[in-house]
Design a protein around this ligand. Structure first.
Ligand code: SF4
Ligand code: SF4
Length: 114
């Protein structure tokens, strides 16, 4: 088929692309986005910190700040932390629009006492 005929054939068809970010993005099943911690389930066992290949997780074992500090700027969304957690305290969400202009918004402090 000539290029011209092929072009004519495509005219009435809808585009396969979307106008993201002006339209919502298509989230494929199983997308690994932002991990979140449920501190009601967490027992501060340190296994997620040890499993993280990029040191994005730091556990604070004691004191008023005891809990998990997660650094989104380091995270590679591998889900190793969630797989390692014996209490299923980490959920890998499908949140992927995580850009920010503020570095402090990339640090999440999940306190055990909250
Ligand atoms: S998803 Fe991977 S890189 Fe991100 S915090 Fe968990 S183990 Fe670390
Ligand atoms: S592996 Fe699970 S229970 Fe252990 S510190 Fe991490 S989130 Fe808490």
């Amino acid at each position: 088929m000539s290029l011209f005929k092929e072009a004519i054939k495509q005219i009435p068809k809808k585009p396969v692309t979307i106008k993201y970010p002006f339209e919502p993005g298509i989230i494929p099943p199983g997308l690994r986005g932002l991990p979140i911690w449920d501190m009601n389930k967490c027992i501060l066992c340190v296994l997620c910190q040890n499993a993280c290949p990029v040191s994005a997780i730091k556990m604070i074992p004691k004191g008023p700040d005891a809990g998990i500090v997660y650094d989104l700027s380091r995270c590679i969304f591998c889900a190793e932390c969630a797989d390692a957690c014996p209490k299923k305290a980490i959920t890998i969400t499908d949140k992927f629009e995580l850009a920010t202009t503020s570095k402090s918004e990339l640090i999440f402090h999940y306190k055990k006492s909250q």
